[in-house]
Design a protein around this ligand. Structure first.
Ligand SMILES: [Zn+2]
Ligand SMILES: [Zn+2]
Length: 334
């Protein structure tokens, strides 16, 4: 399977946590956490459509300013999700700047900010043309597990205990469309942006007898197919990819159960491993996981691949020991 999502940690394991998830063949990405994002190229930051913030400790949220700076004056709708209190956090950030000329920009940026409570979400719009003063009251919608859904994928979240509420996330593709190269060759087709449209038609459950046009360069002639027939020849459907992100959680029974439920069967789990097991008590005091605990949770949830991050600087030079400890705990479940 050629994955649709290509997740990568933004920084090294001792630096600010955060996961960048660009979509294959699309000018688009999601981001989990917004700490230091200076390592991301501006062209990548501009791909972000949705940002999911676990909590607003500074190492997870200081990059909001960079995101805002780069997107300001662009025709963009950005959605940001965070824990209870997030609306006030973002309003506080926005209040730190002067916006008297913001209504003059040609391309207005619009922010949709949602804070996630155990039973509901509160979402509010902040537009550059209104100088980021909200013009409507927050919209309250029931929430159980799905924060955001599109035909191709959905993002689930759960609230964990880090002495404050902290969100964990999972992105799941509805199904995966594998393109068969031989099928393309047999029809004389070459890959291109049309494949994204083709996949979107399948995700949107378009009528299989509907027409589908394959467009190449503007000067070339388009080719016409029946969607279902084309799908039979060039596509194979397999289960979708699942990527999960867990950080800043304590190793309590309730967290453990709910982490395993959220990340179960992930193709790739990114999970914090702040301390070594020998410092388990410090980890408990600081409401973080040890590497062993991270590996144990990953094994219990039967994830296919695990990456640990958010290492405490006290272990500088010992990253291999942290990874090894997590790996050994994970392998006990194989
Ligand atoms: Zn942290
Ligand atoms: Zn934290």
């Amino acid at each position: 399977m050629r994955p649709s999502f290509h997740p990568r940690l933004i920084n090294g394991p001792f630096d600010d946590p955060g996961l960048f998830i660009p979509f294959q063949f699309q000018h688009r990405a999601l981001i989990f956490d917004l700490g230091d994002i200076n390592c991301l190229a501006p062209k990548d930051i501009l791909k972000i459509s949705h940002a999911f913030i676990s909590h607003t400790h500074m190492d997870h949220f200081s990059g909001f300013d960079r995101l805002l700076r780069l997107t300001l004056g662009r025709p963009k709708n950005l959605s940001l999700y965070g824990p209870p209190g997030f609306l006030k956090n973002v309003e506080g950030k926005l209040a730190g700047y002067t916006w008297n000329l913001a209504d003059k920009y040609n391309y207005p940026l619009s922010l949709r900010i949602c804070e996630v409570h155990p039973q509901y979400t509160l979402c509010r719009q902040y537009r550059c043309r209104d100088r980021f003063k909200p013009v409507q009251a927050p919209v309250n919608k029931p929430f159980s597990d799905i924060l955001h859904a599109e035909p191709a994928f959905k993002v689930s979240a759960a609230i964990f205990d880090h002495r404050i509420p902290c969100l964990g996330f999972s992105i799941r593709e509805r199904f995966h469309v594998n393109i068969i190269k031989d099928g393309l060759n047999a029809l004389g087709l070459t890959p291109g942006p049309w494949l994204t449209e083709f996949k979107q038609a399948l995700y949107a459950q378009a009528d299989p007898v509907s027409k589908f046009e394959v467009k190449f360069a503007p000067q070339e002639q388009a080719k016409h197919f029946i969607l279902g027939e084309l799908a039979e020849k060039i596509a194979r459907i397999t289960p979708g990819q699942k990527i999960s992100y867990i950080t800043d959680v304590m190793y309590s029974q309730s967290n453990r159960e709910r982490i395993v439920a959220l990340v179960k069967g992930s193709d790739h789990l990114f999970i914090e491993a702040v301390f070594m097991e020998q410092d388990r008590e410090i980890a408990a005091k600081k409401h973080h996981l040890t590497a062993w605990q991270a590996g144990h949770l990953a094994g219990k949830a039967q994830v296919k691949q695990m990456t640990v991050f958010h290492f405490s600087p006290r272990y500088t030079g010992m990253e291999e020991q942290l990874r090894e400890e997590a790996r050994l705990a994970y392998e006990q479940h194989l």
